[in-house]
Design a binder for this molecule. Structure first.
Ligand code: NDP
Length: 403
């Protein structure tokens, strides 16, 4: 590698949510790139919510300048774990924002849920390159976030494998030549289950994804197919295309990560093994490429790629997401908030699997009776919709538990 190329890749990096599945994969990839001399980087900041032990371990290894724990009560534990290292620490939600505000030029947004909204927005407003895994913040406040990125002259690099795939083959110069986006879905662990089997599904069964190893929340979203619904809304924010031109097809092998159809009928796809280090590598080096340790596709071994339509009866989450994005305004934020509350209740053993979509639908019906802005253009509006969605969902969960 030439010195010029190396210098161009020297980066200051912050990882919001470094202890999660995406965060760990990002650090793994950075270590791989550094070992091969492919990239030079300084970690500016790392954040976690409660996992002090892993955060401290990562900090000792990667030597960030600043480390933040979201749970204020764990401040002393973090300080004790990093005593004598000289690494600056912070605790509480404001410390997550402080981490995002620091001068990193590439920020991995990998906090799970709407909790990532404020820190991600903070990094966006500085004009950083945002590698966005945290789809919920785009669903909850997509217009606010994309406007902040554009205004500050930054860029949004999608990490979600489907959007990363589309990003690689989408003709941004001539978007009117694109006729359709086709998001692929693995179908999740319950693809072949009956509705009555799904009614009795346990958290352990729901998080056992057939192809991908991910955090608990997104794994449950994959089992309900809400993940694909959130991705549909996410895609409508990232790409200059109407939500009506986005289709979803179940592709159980998870080899084709998504496709773009052009007006002449040509379909361009991106393929790869189900390893998040590939899309993370794309965002790290974009528009260049950097090697990744992910396994390569063995087409002869795969032999067959299959496709099927998603079942709207067993997976109502897709319809809810479509209705929300069509209605706009507060609906996507409330959909996301209700789903987050319902998934957390399911994982805690307080809600049945099929009631995740049930609670979400109930919240959206209640939202439909209220008036709200047709488009959320401020952070306050998005946060208010998120909080109202959470409040209504908590009531709906409690009512079902009491029934
Ligand atoms: P994980 O649950 O594995 O990790 C989440 C990270 O966010 C952890 O660092 C966690 O800290 C932190 N966190 C959790 N709650 C809060 C909070 N309230 N405030 C601040 N930080 C918090 O999730 P994933 O890595 O699987 O997913 C992260 C995001 O990426 C999600 O939005 C997901 O949808 C998206 N994504 C994930 C993919 C994957 O393969 N995993 C693929 C595509 C998208 P702690 O460890 O201390 O709890």
């Amino acid at each position: 590698m030439t010195e010029a190329k190396k210098a161009r890749k020297a980066r200051r990096i912050t990882i919001l949510g470094s202890t999660g599945s995406i965060g760990v994969n990002t650090l793994d990839l950075l270590e791989f790139a550094a070992r091969r001399g492919e990239a030079e980087f300084q970690i500016e900041a790392l954040t976690a919510h409660r996992n002090v032990a892993l955060l401290a371990q990562q900090a000792k290894k990667f030597r960030p300048r600043f480390v933040a724990i979201g749970d204020e009560a764990l401040r002393d534990d973090l300080d004790a774990a990093l005593a004598g290292t000289g690494i600056e620490t912070g605790a509480g939600p404001s410390a997550l924002e402080d981490a995002a505000a620091r001068d990193a030029d590439w920020v991995m947004a990998a906090i799970v849920g709407a909790a990532g909204l404020h820190p991600t927005l903070r990094a966006a407003k500085r004009g950083a390159s945002i590698a966005l895994a945290n789809k919920e913040c785009l669903v909850c406040a997509g217009d606010v976030l994309t406007a902040a990125i554009a205004e500050a002259g930054g860029e949004l690099l999608p990490v979600d494998s489907e959007h990363n795939a589309i990003f690689q083959v989408f003709d941004f110069e001539r978007p009117e030549r694109v006729s359709r986006l086709i998001l692929t879905a693995s179908g999740g662990p319950f693809r072949e289950w009956t509705r009555s089997q799904m009614a009795a599904a346990t958290p352990a069964q729901a998080v056992a994804h057939p192809n991908w190893s991910m955090g608990a929340k997104i794994s449950v979203d994959s089992a309900t197919l809400m993940n694909k619904g959130l991705e549909l809304i996410e895609a409508a924010h990232i790409f200059p295309i109407s939500h009506e031109q986005i289709e979803i097809v179940v592709h159980p092998q998870s080899v084709i990560h998504s496709m773009v159809e052009y007006v002449d009928g040509s379909v361009l796809a991106q393929l790869g093994t189900p390893d998040m280090r590939t899309p993370i590598a794309t965002t790290l080096a974009w528009p260049d490429r950097t090697p990744s340790p992910s396994a390569r596709l063995d087409f002869a071994k795969i032999a067959r790629l299959t496709f099927e339509a998603p079942d709207p009866v067993r997976f109502p989450a897709l319809r809810l997401a479509r209705e929300s994005v069509a209605q706009g305004g507060v609906f996507p934020a409330m959909l996301n908030a209700a789903n987050e509350v319902a998934v957390a209740a399911f994982l805690a053993g307080n809600l049945k699997f099929l009631d995740i979509a049930g609670v979400t639908e109930q919240v959206l019906e209640q939202a439909g009776r209220r008036n709200g802005p047709a488009r959320l253009s401020t952070l306050d509006e998005a946060v208010a919709a998120d909080q109202e969605g959470r409040r209504l969902a908590a009531l709906a969960v409690a009512a079902r538990a009491a029934a």
